[in-house]
Design a protein around this ligand. Sequence first.
Ligand SMILES: [Zn+2]
Ligand SMILES: [Zn+2]
Length: 693
Amino acid sequence: MARAEKAAAQQQRADAAQGEASRAQQVRTDAGFALAQSEPVAQVLVLGRLAHLDRLFEYAVPQKWQAAAPGCRVKVRFAGRECDGFVVSRSESAQTERRLAPLQRLVSEVPVLSPQVLAACREIAERSAGTVADVVRLAVPPRHARAEKAVLAEAAERQGESSTGDAGAASAPPVADGILDHYAGLRAFLSYAGQEGPPVPRAALTLQPVDGWPEVVTAAIAQLPAERGALVVAPDTRDVTRLAAALDGAGIAYATLLAADGPEKRFKTFLRVLLGHVRVVIGNRSAALAPVQNLGLLVLFDDADDLHREPRAPYPSALTTALAYSRSTGAGLLLVGYSLSQPALRLADAGYLKLLSPLPDRPRTEVQPHIELMDDYLREREGPSGHSRLPSRALAVIRKGLADGAVLVQVPLSGYLPAVACVRCGERALCPACHSTLSLPGRNRSLSCRVCGQLVERFECPFCHGDRLRALSTGSARTADELRRAFPQAKLLLSGGADGPLPDGELAAGTLVVSTPGAEPAGLRVAGSYRAAVLLDGDALLGRGSFDADVEAVRRWRNAISLVCPAARGGRVLVVANAELPPVKSLLLADSLRFARTVAKTRQELALPPYAVAAELTGEQSAVAEFVRECELPEGADVLGPVPYGEEYRAVLRVSPAQAPALLAALRATTAARSARKAKHTVRVRVDPPEVF
Ligand SMILES: [Zn+2]
Ligand SMILES: [Zn+2]
């Protein structure tokens, strides 16, 4: 290899003089190589780390890298180092008078960055106040040579096959699609998604509990013409597994892209998708910009789930990514969930999304379980135990459910006793080392700090010197202990918390699952997995210190309710929370729209997202303060902080949605200016992060 390169280099030097002479008018380059015969200039997006250099740079294309087409990955010299980059375009002449450095190497002749993905990356970077390079890095996985070789061989084979006729294509059984008829406008939406060209349909579909989202999405994909592609993004691996099972059942071929995939598998799947070997792609956030050929339908399940949030810069939300990708590809966008998110409602009110609601074609008892709130009437009727955390009513619901099926108990907090207080003075027990909340990890265990790990063998209250403790909150492990004593015959399973969620599996009658929200395992068929559910400590879920706590609680409750079979088949849910609170009351309503509208009205009045755009700046104290000073904020922008935030400092900038473009531009300009002058400390910028207020 090295020898061949050396020979090639000699040949180039021989050709160099000639090449230079013939093109000297258009392109000035370093000497020592032959220039490509046609379009000898490449505009390259360099995947650098420097925000002020986030634009295209021109390079000369040596003859030996003539095949460097737009979308190809290349190596270039940049700021004295070898960097990865992508050719974005080629041209006959250069924009600059400077001498152009040559492309160092063409990594692969496969154009892996499509114009549509690049366009989406640009929009995402703008909306997240980040760099295009960072977003492209998220979109295109690093090349894996062995994976590429295998997929290209597969491609050659496929080509051979298709020329001998398509006899191998087995006719799949028709997919049951009656489920689509229960939602007004869904079929019309899908027929538009199946067509090429405008109008591009965009909609938010709020499902009824009886309809499993994997079945709905599978039926929707089956409506697309064979040549149209589909991409489905769901929050976590388990959601993706559930969808995979539904697609398998319908005989629909698909590829899976997960953040947990190794580099070889990830690149292999990416390439098979890019080359059109598979037209349906499912996955979590790492699939969000998969280069599906002829993309017709982009589905985002449960868009408000935090797991969708990309943890790497520039931290785009799944919705931002999906909106940008739908725009750049013209693919229909369908948000699917059991509750409507605030950003989706705002887009609908702006006329950008259509809300698809269930038709009143089925009786209530056939679409959702019987839902009951532990209200004052029930509490009083029960007597003293009615006010306890686990009232007799809840035990009765569990008992009855266990007789006929599996029962779910949802507990917001994991652990044993997540927070404890001094019995005598009521002060919360805090870590002597870092002042975080101390928790009790189990019976007969020492108090410990979940932040720094400090163990406290003997508690002595620093305020009153008391040494006895009481629980401030109860976790799922402690709840499981209590239920084990109450239901010794039940098969008790604990899901979520330190051990992670349990996988889905058969949930036989007599199984009692205690789970944190979002970790609930499902049975073999997702919808109707449970005969009953008890949602405990609703007030703890609502009392989280975030502006979003109410909407988030409703989302988690409605997701749990979707796992319980309808009332007509004995399904029952008891919610133990303050029944007077609007989010709790809203669970009795058939759809979540009315509650979403109430929340939207309040947020509009209080200028909370999505009726304001907030940017969070975190980092070293003086750096954050300096960033805020230097940022040319639009008129009327709120500046909150900086204030201490964990180990760092945080400031929040807030503007009206109309001023968002100005704020985003100012943030990018400030980041670029700091990068250009090599500011000592970096400041992390996140746009509309969850829990910002
Ligand atoms: Zn005390
Ligand atoms: Zn600590």
